[in-house]
Design a protein around this ligand. Structure first.
Ligand code: ADP
Length: 256
């Protein structure tokens, strides 16, 4: 759905994900989500934090179309959706180039288009020179970059991230946070990101959404006031620590 400022003919906002009163009850009776209202527009990077099992992955799966909400409306206004999982999910027998080309291949793009797109996105994630490496020859961070490059070949308008950096060491994770922010500033997708780390959430996002324990519902939302591109040193400021404190507090309150 595209809202336009008619007078100026300028696109003022574009909601790519629009959830109203979304409920999810699994067969067997587990209520994973209850009454979730959430929108994500182009140029927004929304991070969801919440206790394990509160329905965060379910929320992403509904957004991606892998799962259907049992009630409410879950509207997604694009078919260009990127999805990055905690595990890089690379095919071990394919080199970086062939892994990155996989989604474009499944979308029936020609060999020439695939190769061009893969070269572009491999460069974007900083893996130029590693095209012929197999996944087992890469570090965890490089495998995740490969996975990011593969999603980027589809030019996602809505980009879903299910704890992609959770298994990485802290330095690699901070580095990838900065890379991801650079990609976000360059391409301005609508981002929906799940993490257990409150400081990662605050650092990456334009808005942090806090979910309660199961059945998951949104207990609070925080606009993040820091500019993009984000200065890595923002993490060491009092304002940053204060916001991390507020989000952590909301998370604890919502846990009961
Ligand atoms: P989170 O990502 O926040 O850890 P999930 O979305 O993975 O939580 O799961 C939310 C709840 O729904 C959990 O209790 C989980 O066991 C349950 N659940 C998830 N997927 C299914 C499924 N396919 N069938 C039944 N229950 C499920």
């Amino acid at each position: 759905m595209v809202a336009r400022n008619r007078k100026a003919g300028v696109r003022v906002s574009e909601t790519l994900l629009d959830f109203t009163n979304v409920e999810m009850t699994f067969p067997g009776g587990t209520v994973a989500l209850r009454g979730v209202d959430l929108t994500v527009g182009r140029g927004e990077f929304v991070t969801v934090v919440g206790p394990s099992g509160c329905g965060k992955s379910t929320l992403l799966r509904i957004a991606s179309g892998l799962e259907t909400a049992s009630d409410g409306t879950a509207q997604v206004n694009t078919d260009r959706i990127g999805y990055v999982f905690q595990d890089a999910t690379l095919l071990p027998w394919r080199d970086v180039q062939a892994n990155v080309e996989l989604l474009a291949e499944l979308n029936w793009q020609t060999k020439a288009v695939r190769a061009k797109k893969a070269a572009e996105t491999i460069e974007l994630v900083g893996l130029t020179g590693f095209e012929k490496h197999l996944p087992r020859q890469l570090s965890g961070g490089m495998r995740m970059r490969t996975s990011l490059a593969r999603s980027l070949t589809l030019d996602p308008e809505l980009f879903l991230f299910d704890e992609p950096f959770g298994a990485l060491d802290e330095i690699t994770r901070e580095h990838l946070n900065d890379e991801l922010l650079r990609l976000f500033v360059e391409t301005r997708f609508a981002g929906l990101f799940i993490t257990h780390s409150v400081s990662e959430a605050v650092y990456l996002s334009t808005r942090v959404v806090v979910m309660s324990g199961r059945p998951g519902h949104i207990v609070d939302q925080f606009e993040v006031p820091f500019d993009m591109p984000r200065d890595p040193d923002i993490r060491y400021t009092g304002a940053f620590a204060e916001l991390v404190g507020q989000v952590s507090h909301a998370l604890r309150e919502g846990h009961h």
